[in-house]
Write a protein that binds this ligand. Structure first.
Ligand SMILES: Nc1ncnc2c1ncn2[C@@H]1O[C@H](COP(=O)(O)OP(=O)(O)O)[C@@H](O)[C@H]1O
Ligand SMILES: [Mg+2]
Length: 258
C-alpha cells in the first residue's frame, strides 16, 4: 500500500509523550522548519519578514491572511521555487538554500503540490496526467500503473481515468491534481488556495479528501481565504499579515476570537 510508511511514521509521532526528552527539541520530528525567514524580491518587495514556523509530521495547517500577505511566497520557498533572502527553510532536515542543483528533484518529491487552477495537462487523460508525474522522475514503468490505480481509487476517479481534463467538473479536475500530488508518496501536501475556483459544496468535498489524506499520515499545509471552512474545521491556523506571522494557534478559527 502506497501510503503505509507514512501512516506508520505519523502514528509513531502521535504516540510520542507530550513532554520532550532532554535531548529533543520541538524541531525534532518536524517535516518543515522555517527559521527567521525573510524574503525580498529583486524589485524590493518584502514578502516575508522574520517568519518562524515548525510543522510536525502529521499536522494539518491552514495558512490564512489577506491577498498580498505572503502566503504564496511562503509556499514558493517550501517548494524551492524561490530562495529565502535570509534565514533557513528546512524540509525533512534539509536546508533548501544549501541543496546542490542535482538534489532539488529528490527533495521536491517529498512534497505534493496543488494549485487553485489545477495545472493539468489538457491533452493528457486523467490517468496520463497522474502517470506523467512518475514518468518524469524515472520510475520504472511496471510500477507506474499500480501506483496510479491506487491514487485514482483514493480520490474516487477510477471511472474517469480515460477522460481529458476539459471533460471533467472543477471538483474532478482538482481531485486529479490531488492524485498527481500523491502519486510519488510525499511527506507533505501543500495546497495554495485549492478551493479558490470551486463552489462551496465542491470545496467541502476537496477538504474532506485532504482531511482523509492527512489521516493517512501525510502532513497538509493549505493556504486559503475560505473563512467558513477554516472556522468549521478547528485546525491549526497560521495567519500572515504584511509578511509577518501575526497568529499561530491550534484548533482555531479563521479570525482571531479574543
Ligand atoms: N515575483 C514577485 N516579484 C515581486 N513581488 C512579488 C512577487 N511575488 C509576490 N510579490 C509580492 O509579495 C507580496 C506577497 O505576495 P504573495 O506571496 O503572492 O501573497 P498572497 O499569496 O498572500 O496573496 C505582495 O506584496 C506581492 O505583490
Ligand atoms: Mg497567493
Amino acid at each position: 500500500m502506497t501510503l503505509a510508511p507514512l501512516r506508520a511514521a505519523a502514528r509513531s509521532h502521535r504516540q510520542r509523550p507530550v513532554g520532550l526528552a532532554p535531548t529533543e527539541s520541538p524541531v525534532d520530528g518536524a517535516v518543515l522548519v522555517l527559521h527567521d525567514v525573510t524574503k525580498a524580491y529583486p524589485n524590493g518587495n518584502v514578502a516575508l519578514r522574520d517568519v518562524d514556523l515548525v510543522v510536525p509530521e502529521g499536522d494539518f495547517v491552514f495558512l490564512v491572511g489577506p491577498s498580498g500577505a505572503g502566503k504564496s511566497t511562503l509556499i514558493k520557498l517550501i517548494i524551492r521555487d524561490e530562495i529565502a533572502t535570509t534565514g533557513a527553510v528546512i524540509l525533512d532536515g534539509q536546508d533548501l538554500a544549501r541543496l546542490a542543483r542535482r538534489q532539488v528533484p529528490k527533495v521536491r518529491r517529498k512534497i505534493g503540490i496543488i494549485f487553485q487552477d489545477f495545472k493539468l495537462l489538457p491533452t493528457k487523460t486523467v490517468r496520463e496526467n497522474v502517470a506523467f508525474a512518475l514518468e518524469v522522475t524515472g520510475t520504472p514503468s511496471r510500477e507506474i500503473g499500480p501506483a496510479v490505480d491506487r491514487v485514482l481509487a483514493l480520490v474516487g476517479l477510477t471511472a474517469q481515468a480515460r477522460q481529458l481534463p476539459g471533460t471533467l467538473s472543477g471538483g474532478e479536475q482538482q481531485r486529479t491534481a490531488i492524485a498527481r500530488a500523491l502519486v510519488h508518496d510525499p511527506r507533505m501536501i501543500i495546497a495554495d488556495e485549492p478551493t479558490g475556483n470551486l463552489d462551496p459544496l465542491i470545496s467541502w468535498e476537496i477538504l474532506q479528501l485532504l482531511l482523509r489524506i492527512n489521516e493517512l499520515g501525510v502532513t497538509v499545509l493549505m493556504a486559503t481565504h475560505n473563512a467558513e471552512i477554516v472556522t468549521a474545521l478547528r485546525k491549526r491556523v497560521v495567519a500572515l499579515e504584511d509578511g509577518r506571522i501575526i497568529r499561530d494557534e491550534e484548533a482555531a478559527a479563521y479570525h482571531r476570537e479574543d
